[in-house]
Design a binder for this molecule. Structure first.
Ligand code: GLU
Length: 319
């Protein structure tokens, strides 16, 4: 059957899961990974694993392995190459150079405290954590003076532009962008920059990740535009799994990792079945494998039926 190229791209988007190897994956991370895998593999699409390890202070060497092992124990597989961002610093430098030569970035010397204070000043229209543009128009002499106090981060000139994306589950998301950081003041490429450069370099066409990153898609889309990168991915921001009080899952909540669950006597298969049951992909208590989930997963049905609100894990489940 003849198939148009665009048709192939539509049905075979490259997917990925991009954890930061800073600790064991928790149940919420694992459920997101299962969903990312299902979106890709139910279409027989490539699925990649990428370690987002640029925050070297937070990375722990053993967690590249524990994270990959835990994903494999659930029955997930991925295509080669598995990459680590720290092996591709040149890519981010190139992208930053391009932004610099097009005058799309500027050095920012503000401390967190200065930003907080400036953003909450009564005459400012930007509220909350939005960067109010303090360093946007410094002249050369002012920059030289401020660089004596502290090294500069680099911010992109977004100028309050409104950017929107259509999320597969959440629908339209649009925000006004502040001038966000693309290189930290220790020289590390910032998350938004690295993720966009890598997703484009790896031809990622569908980004499935936690709903806490939904607004990030707007910042990232601006970078695709400014760097003229393709393919622009489709976004699927999936519900989070949280502690009973709405906090992000963390060690202090109890048995949050696959390792913890095993110590409580559960098998990886039981954990998978539990995760699937929390998003309506299996009945409570029904044994299920990733192969069965893959055969059963239908993105349209999932979009119609999934509860978009976060899954709250009761305290007695975790302790
Ligand atoms: N590294 C991010 C995390 O662990 C995910 C980034 C992404 O999927 O775009 O939350």
């Amino acid at each position: 059957m003849p198939v148009e190229t665009t048709g192939i791209l539509e049905v075979m988007p490259v997917g990925r899961f991009a954890p930061s190897p800073t600790g064991r994956l928790h149940l919420g991370n694992l459920r997101t990974a299962v969903l990312a895998w299902l979106y890709a593999r139910s279409d027989e699409s490539p699925f990649l694993l990428r370690f987002e390890d640029l925050d070297t202070a937070a990375v722990r060497a053993e967690h590249y392995r524990t994270q990959a092992d835990d994903l494999a124990a659930l029955g997930l597989d991925w295509d080669e190459p598995t990459i680590s961002q720290s092996d591709h610093l040149d890519r981010y430098r190139d992208a930053l150079d391009r932004l610099r030569s097009a005058d799309l970035v500027y050095p920012c010397f503000c401390s967190r405290r200065e930003i907080r204070e400036a953003a909450s000043a009564p005459n400012r229209s930007h509220a909350g954590h939005h960067y109010p543009g303090t360093c946007a128009d410094l002249d050369t002499a002012q920059r030289a003076r401020r660089s004596e106090d502290r090294p500069a981060a680099l911010r992109v000139r977004a100028d309050g532009i409104r950017v929107g994306v259509i999320d597969e589950l959440l629908g339209p998301i649009a925000i006004e962008l502040d001038d966000f950081v693309v290189q930290r003041n220790d020289g590390t490429p910032a998350y938004h920059l690295a993720v966009v450069v890598d997703d484009a370099a790896q031809s990622v066409e569908e980004v499935v990740r936690g709903a806490d990153l939904a607004e990030s898609a707007c910042r990232q889309l601006l970078l695709y535009e400014l760097l003229d990168l393709t393919p622009r991915p489709r976004y699927v921001h999936v519900p989070l799994m949280l502690a009973a009080n709405g906090d992000r899952l963390a060690k202090r909540h109890g048995a949050v990792s696959l390792d913890d669950r095993r110590r409580r006597g559960e098998t990886a298969a039981e954990v998978l079945a539990f995760l699937a049951s929390t998003i309506g992909l299996a009945d409570p208590g029904e044994p299920i494998t990733t192969a069965e989930l893959r055969a059963r997963f239908d993105r349209d049905r999932f979009r119609e039926q999934v509860d978009r609100s976060p899954t709250l894990l009761p305290d007695d489940f975790l302790t």
